[in-house]
Design a protein around this ligand. Structure first.
Ligand code: PMV
Length: 328
């Protein structure tokens, strides 16, 4: 029986997405830009299930809470493409899930690519990105490696809100993203719920949209010229604004823990007191990602590993495109 094996990587946004203009179609309030990361890999095997239900397994478990968004994604996909079959899905994440390490990005990207091949839908990459977006916004970007932009789009039906590659993974081999893992516990407020609250209640939201939109072209220019100081500073500025939006949301969103704060302060110290080009960003979780160059990675890793609340540190380069293997 035909089976498709997909390997896709999660991404980290340098210019963030935090909020939707359409909850159902998962259309963002603004465009965003990310790097796909080698250290955050998901592999998914998908086949047709002869029985009239979907069989989903994550990391060897059948956890209902993790399965529920996948089930609704499969329903949406069946309805969109007139598919009558059910699926058997086995997915493995090589990093902690549901704690702000974007497992949904790699997971839904892998699923969208897998269903496209398994059901012979012959979708273009734009259409695969649009499909992945219905699972999780950031998944729209994970169908590519390298640096990737996800366009906000203007159309009400979401047909122009898809991701496109900006630069290939090979563009900047010296770029590193270090990931300080501060806990493996699942996050309390999902990104979906959190961003909805921010759009509705944060007084800083509109201001962030304007500032973040202005940063996007500057970020692309800085990536093209491999300017670590500008890439890091712009990314950190966008993260600071998103963090302010989160904190000024009602109820206030605080995704950080002691380890996160120690890592943020540790990186600031290395930058300001030792002149090392290292910059922080976080997402809807407590892990801290540090943007830097390969030459500085060992000393930054060493520092992060000594900090209270940091359990381990992953070192990532920029990942290439997902891989899809069809086994007949
Ligand atoms: O796609 P989601 O629902 O996992 O949201 C991702 C939101 C952030 O990670 C915080 C930012 C981003 O652009 O990835």
């Amino acid at each position: 029986m035909k089976q498709v094996n997909v390997s896709a990587n999660a991404n980290i946004a340098l210019i963030k997405y935090w909020g939707k203009r359409d909850e159902n179609l998962m259309l963002p309030t603004k465009s965003s830009l990310s790097l796909t990361l080698t250290a955050l890999k998901t592999t998914t095997t998908i086949a047709l299930n002869k029985e009239q239900h979907d069989c989903i397994e994550f990391d060897g478990h059948s956890d209902e809470q993790l399965q529920s968004p996948v089930r609704s994604f499969l329903e949406t996909t069946r309805a969109l493409f007139g598919i009558n079959s059910h699926f058997s899905i086995i997915s493995k994440n090589y990093f902690p899930t549901a704690s702000g390490l974007a497992s949904s990005a790699s997971g839904f990207a892998a699923l969208a690519l897998g269903i496209n091949s398994l059901c012979n839908l012959q979708l273009s990459m734009q259409e695969v990105s649009i499909l992945a977006r219905r699972g999780s916004g950031s998944a729209a970007r994970s169908i590519y490696g390298g640096a990737v932009i996800w366009h906000r789009g203007d159309a009400n039906d979401g047909s122009d809100s898809f991701a496109e590659p900006v630069l290939p993974a090979s563009w900047w081999p010296d770029l590193r993203v270090l990931i300080a893992i501060t806990t493996t516990a699942a996050k309390k407020v999902s990104s979906r719920a959190g961003m909805q609250q921010s759009v509705a209640t944060s007084p800083r939201y509109q201001d962030w949209l304007i500032r973040s939109n202005n940063r996007l072209p500057a970020m692309i220019t800085a990536l093209r010229s491999r300017n670590i100081i500008t890439v890091g500073s712009l990314s950190q500025a966008d993260w600071c604004d998103m963090r302010d939006v989160m904190l000024s949301t009602t109820p206030s969103l605080n995704y950080w823990n002691e380890g996160s704060l120690n890592a943020i302060m540790g990186v600031k110290m290395l930058r300001e007191q030792h002149g090392i080009a290292c910059y922080v960003t976080t997402d809807a979780g407590p892990h801290v990602k540090v943007i830097c160059l390969a030459v500085d990675a060992p000393v930054i890793m060493q520092k992060l590993q000594t900090l209270l609340g940091v359990s381990s540190v992953l070192e990532s380069t920029i990942a290439g495109d997902p891989e899809v293997e069809i086994v007949e």
